[in-house]
Write a protein that binds this ligand. Structure first.
Ligand code: A3P
Length: 293
């Protein structure tokens, strides 16, 4: 359903949120995970759809062809915390998934993830993307998605991004929180968008080994080809062209798919300021990002 106005940000358990992700909170919090569930967790715009599609093909690529030709990726991989009037909520979709395993997407910071995922020891694939490209991608997404708060101009946007005043909170805390979780929770694979862009085939192989899948080399090669940017951009089931709140005349969902596009957006001054903030906020973590490949 098309919203009539853009939502406001508010503080929810210390995180900036919009009502679309908190309206169903009791059900989200009490969501019953299963041991074979696979949670795909990301900060928005880090490559969620890319990894969702890879996992979907790895598990269900050879199932009934209708799955691939008539079910958009966001129906196959429900967005757990999403609650939008007129369409089934993420928890409802997940509860009704007929597949095993269930692939479930979330943008929640690690501390807000329903505890049943940890109790069930479900597998988690976290995807992180360097902060600069992530900010640029999020900016264009917020411009075209009427379900997001008004982004303002690029400079205002970047300031808010550095302050963590974006839906799902600060990028810094998100990637760091999940990185810390990985140190104690062994069923978590922490991936990078930049690695996927550098060598998708290698990352598909990593995923297979984490998930215990013995997918053949031929099958992996086929999947790797099918999930390249141009293929996904052409594919109506993965390019989000079926979502009415998104205005592709402003910017397409599958926008550029590059590492280093931030260089076309950041001024020298913005870059210097960002690097300073980054140094401060990332000083206590060992996670390392690449802003070019
Ligand atoms: P850009 O805006 O930089 O193009 P998410 O799925 O988490 O919302 O992330 C969307 C971002 O991932 C967009 O980035 C999109 O183009 C990029 N993306 C999606 N599929 C991709 C692919 N197959 N290869 C490269 N980038 C991809």
């Amino acid at each position: 359903m098309k919203p009539t106005s853009r939502p406001e940000l508010f503080d929810f358990e210390g995180i900036s949120m919009t009502h679309y992700f908190t309206d169903n909170w009791e059900k989200v919090k009490n969501f019953q995970a299963r041991p074979d569930d696979i949670l795909i967790a990301t900060y928005p715009k880090a490559g969620t759809t890319w990894v969702s599609y890879i996992l979907d093909l790895l598990y269900f690529g050879n199932d009934a062809p209708e799955r691939q030709t008539s079910q958009p990726i966001y129906m196959r991989v429900p967005f757990l915390e999403a609650c939008i009037q007129g369409v089934p909520s993420g928890t409802e979709l997940a509860d009704n998934l007929p597949t095993s395993p269930r692939l479930i997407k979330t943008h929640l910071p690690v501390q807000l993830v329903p505890k049943s995922f940890w109790e069930q020891n479900s597998r988690v694939v976290y995807v992180a993307r360097n902060a600069k490209d992530n900010a640029v991608s999020y900016f264009h997404f917020d411009r075209m998605n009427m379900g997001e708060p008004e982004p303002g101009n690029w400079n205002t946007y970047l300031q808010k991004f550095m302050e963590g005043k974006k839906v799902f909170g600060p990028w810094f805390d998100h990637v760091n929180g999940w990185w810390e979780k990985k140190q104690t929770y062994s069923n978590l694979l922490y991936m990078f968008y930049e690695d996927l862009a550098e060598d998708t085939g290698r990352e598909v192989e990593r995923l297979c080994s984490f998930l215990g899948l013995s997918t053949s080399v031929e099958e992996r090669e086929k999947i790797t080809k099918g999930v390249q940017f141009d293929a996904m951009k052409q594919n109506k089931m993965t390019n989000y062209s079926t979502v009415p709140v998104m205005d592709f005349k402003i910017s397409p969902f599958m926008r550029k798919g590059k590492v280093g596009d931030w260089k076309n957006h950041f001024t020298v001054a913005q870059n210097e300021q960002f690097d300073e903030v980054y140094k401060q906020k990332m000083k206590n973590t060992t996670v390392k990002f690449r802003t070019e490949i």
